[in-house]
Design a protein around this ligand. Structure first.
Ligand code: SF4
Length: 350
């Protein structure tokens, strides 16, 4: 079993693995992107293989229009609560960080329950920016249930929740030249192994991986072995955290509160049934129903290649703005803002 092999031996195996020329593996999850570059795994890859990042950074795939809505709400005097990463993401003409500097009440929180508490204690209209994937969404669903139970009348959600499998389906609908997927451990803990079976129809293997160096390297070796032998399977290489069937309880909470809707992804466009919106029973918690949101818009930013980075079509340095006009201390695109963004990881860890 690969996982019991020591790290130096695993590293050597990867370095010398006879990968087929042109092998291209996508690491779907932003946490993997950062772990790979922080551990220097990109420097262990055999010359015949390449790793590319995918659309698994929630901040990165959230379109400008969502930030524009949040900015418009902040300007109306609503308290905006959000995970911290979202504050620096540029919208079409502003960001939440800029609005806060201009006096808007915008607060970084660690959990949607913090946002509920702010609403309950202040009595002010409070909006939580519901951004994230299947990992984050159950906690947000639980907060929505609590808001309804406690009849909290001044709390609502501006939703931009996204689902990973529909995005991967959209990605592989065209020929990407990919050889397999390093699949996200946290998301898989909720959705389970079978959620990726559609990859097998396209003869693409996948390995669900944890986030330590040994986890990642052993998962890459499993992928390379399958690719070399034309074996197409989804392997759970993170059984300590991921049950093959996922977490039924989390999925039940999710489907009680949310329903799938078509959703816009940065770089991928609109994808059928790839987002989550509140079900009719929770419609009173929908910020878009509660407020008239008049957002400013602008033409897409020139030069930013976030969309191509998120589809694994280019490496970040191929963007003309990379580490020049767009840097971690002065980001122009979301892939440079988020700690899990591919551009940020390339600058930080090389
Ligand atoms: S370097 Fe900046 S502008 Fe270019 S793709 Fe990355 S985030 Fe977007």
């Amino acid at each position: 079993m690969l996982k019991n092999t020591s790290l130096p031996r695993l590293a050597e195996r990867l370095r010398h693995f006879p990968a087929r020329p042109g092998t291209k593996i996508m690491e779907v999850c932003g946490t993997h992107t950062v772990a790979i570059r922080r551990c220097g795994i990109q420097r262990l890859l055999p010359e015949t293989m390449k790793l590319v990042s995918g659309p698994g950074c929630p901040v990165c795939v959230t379109p400008d229009s969502f930030i524009d809505e949040a900015v418009a709400l902040a300007r109306q005097g609503v308290v905006i609560t959000s995970f911290g990463d979202m504050l620096r993401v540029p919208g079409s003409r502003s960001s939440l960080e800029k609005e806060r500097a201009a006096g808007a009440d915008i607060r970084a929180v660690y959990s949607p329950l913090d946002a509920l508490r702010i609403a309950a204690e202040s009595g002010w209209e409070t909006v939580f920016l519901a951004v994230g994937f299947e990992t984050t969404a159950p906690g947000i669903a639980a907060a929505a249930m609590k808001a309804l139970e406690t009849k909290l009348g001044n709390f609502s959600l501006l939703t931009a929740l996204r689902l990973v499998p529909p995005a991967l389906k959209a990605l592989i609908a065209v020929d990407t030249g990919l050889s397999g997927f390093l699949l996200p451990g946290h998301v898989s803990a909720v959705i389970g192994k079978q959620a990726y079976d559609f990859l097998l129809d396209r003869q693409l293997p996948g390995v669900i991986s944890g986030f330590g160096a040994e986890d990642i390297i052993s998962s890459l070796l499993l992928l390379l072995e399958m690719h070399n032998k034309d074996i197409y399977k989804i392997v759970n290489n993170y059984p300590a955290a991921v049950r093959d069937s996922g977490n039924e309880k989390s999925r039940a909470i999710l489907s009680k509160v949310f329903e799938p809707v078509d959703a816009e992804w940065r770089g991928l466009g609109s994808i059928p049934a790839s987002g989550l919106d509140l079900r009719p029973a929770y419609a009173g918690l929908d910020s878009r129903r509660r407020f008239v949101i008049k957002k400013e818009t602008a033409p897409p930013r020139k030069g930013c290649r976030c969309g191509d980075v998120l589809r694994g079509l280019i490496d970040p340095p191929a963007c003309p703005l990379f580490n020049k006009a767009c840097r971690p201390d002065q980001p122009l695109g979301p892939c440079m803002v988020s700690a899990e963004g591919s551009c940020s990881a390339w600058v930080t860890y090389g």
